[in-house]
Design a protein around this ligand. Sequence first.
Ligand SMILES: *[C@@H]1O[C@H](CO)[C@@H](O)[C@H](O)[C@H]1NC(C)=O
Ligand SMILES: *[C@@H]1O[C@H](CO)[C@@H](O)[C@H](O)[C@H]1NC(C)=O
Ligand SMILES: *[C@@H]1O[C@H](CO)[C@@H](O)[C@H](O)[C@H]1NC(C)=O
Ligand SMILES: *[C@@H]1O[C@H](CO)[C@@H](O)[C@H](O)[C@H]1NC(C)=O
Length: 442
Amino acid sequence: MLFRYLHLLALVSVAVAAPTKTASLAVAQTSTDSAAIASAAATALTRSPTSNVKGKAFNRLLTIYLENTAYENAIVDANCNALIEKGVLQTNLYGAGAPSLPNYVAPGSGDIFGVNSDSFILINKNVSTVVDLLDDKGVSWSTYNEGLPYTGFEGFGYSNPIEGNYARKHNLLAHFDSVRFDQNKISRLKNLTFFYHDLQNQKLPQWIFVTPNLDHSGHDTDLQTSCSWTRSFVEPLLENTYFNNETLIYITWQANNEFHQARNHVAGILLGSAVPQKDKGTKDDVFYTHYSDISTVEANWDLHHLGRWDVGANVWKSVGERTGDAPRPWNSRIAGAPLEEYYWNQSYGGVFSSTIYQTNTYVAPNLKLERNGRTILPLVRHIWEDNCRAPTFEFPPGRYCLPDYYQDIIEVPDAVHPPKGFEVDIPLNPPPPIMTPITIYS
Ligand SMILES: *[C@@H]1O[C@H](CO)[C@@H](O)[C@H](O)[C@H]1NC(C)=O
Ligand SMILES: *[C@@H]1O[C@H](CO)[C@@H](O)[C@H](O)[C@H]1NC(C)=O
Ligand SMILES: *[C@@H]1O[C@H](CO)[C@@H](O)[C@H](O)[C@H]1NC(C)=O
Ligand SMILES: *[C@@H]1O[C@H](CO)[C@@H](O)[C@H](O)[C@H]1NC(C)=O
C-alpha cells in the first residue's frame, strides 16, 4: 500500500517536477587526451597496503571476471578446462541481470539497483560495498583493472596503448560514490602494471579483484582468447610460493549474454593452495550467484554483512565446510517457483532501471539480519537506521520508510519473479548506454 503511494508520488514528480535521473556531481578525471592522461598519471596517488588477517579457509582471494559466456561453452574450452581440472568447477551458478554492468554491481554491493544498461552510473554514497566490510576488519584489498590509464581515472573508456582497452563498466568499484569520494579507496583502484609491481615487491593485498582488458576478458574477442589469457595469467601464480600461500583464485563469467532468452547460467572455477586436496578436480553443484562472492569473504574473515543479498547467499562449499556455513538448497516455496523457472537474463526494477513506471528510491538494507553470527556492518547501520521520512508537505502524517526487500535467503529475485513494486516488462531489452554520469538522489 505504502509503496503504491510512494510510487504514484514518484510518477507525479517525474511528470511535473525536475527529472529524478540527472547528470550531476562533477566527475573530474575523465579526459582521454594524452596530455591530460600524462599529467594526471604523474600525480595520481596509488596505495598498496598489505595485511595478514588470518582467514578460516584462505588468507588471500584473487577473483577474475570474464565476459559473456554460457556455462556449456566455458567448460569445453581447452585452456579453461586445464584450469578446471586443477580445481573445483561450480556447475550451478547464475549471473544477476543484464547486460554487463549489473553483474559487476552485484558482487560489489549485494544488489543490482535496477541497473539494466551499461550506462555511466554513480551509485549513491549511502550504498556500502564489500571493501567497507574488508576495511572494517583490516583486510587489505586492491582492484587491478587492465588498461586503466592511471589510478583514479574516472572516464567511460580508454584505449591504452600499453595495457589494451579499458571499460569503466567492468571496473568493480568505480560505480560507487562511497569509493569515489574516498581517497583511501580510490587510490586502490589500479591498473594491471601495479599487479606485477605489487607481486614483485610482495606487496599484494589479501583481497584482489582483477579485470582484464576488453580483449583478454573475451568482450571484444572470444572465449578462446579469454581462456588462453586467463590460463597464462593464473598458472605462473599457482607456481609462485609468495602468491599461492593459502590462496584461493576464483574465475567466473559475469553473464551468459550469448543466449538472451536462456537462463543466465555461468561457470565458476576455484583454484589455488587453499582448495582442499579432496576437492581438486571435482564439481560443486551447490546453487550460487555473484552474491556468493561477498558471503564467502564474509564467512572466511568473519566480517559483518551489507544487509542485502550478500547475507543469505550460499558460501562456496569448500570454504563453508571450514566456516560452519552449510549450503542451503533452493526452496521453491520461498521462491514461488522451481529454480528452473528463474532466468536472471534481465534485471528487475530499481533506481537505475530504464523503466520509469516503478519505484525510484534506493532500497534500504535489512539491518536486522544475522547469519552464522554475522551482523550488519556498523557503518551501514549508522547510514540507514533512520531512513524513514518525517511527514512533510508531500508526505502527509505517518512514517514513510524506504522499501526493504532483503531477507536471509538464497532465492534472489529475477525479472520474472521481481520484488513487489520492482516489476519490469518481459522482455525489457537493455537500452543503449548513457555515457555521461547518472546520479539518483531519492
Ligand atoms: C598505470 O597507472 C600508473 C599510475 O597511475 C600510470 O603512471 C601508468 O602509466 C599506468 N600504466 C599504463 C600502462 O597505463
Ligand atoms: C605464508 O604465509 C604465512 C602467514 O600466513 C607466512 O608466515 C609464510 O612466511 C608465508 N610463506 C611464504 C612462502 O611466503
Ligand atoms: C528472458 O528470458 C525469458 C524466458 O525465456 C524471456 O521470456 C524474456 O524475453 C527474456 N528477456 C530478454 C531481455 O531477452
Ligand atoms: C542517505 O542517507 C541519509 C540518512 O538516512 C538520508 O538523509 C539521505 O537522504 C540519504 N541520501 C540519499 C541520496 O538517499
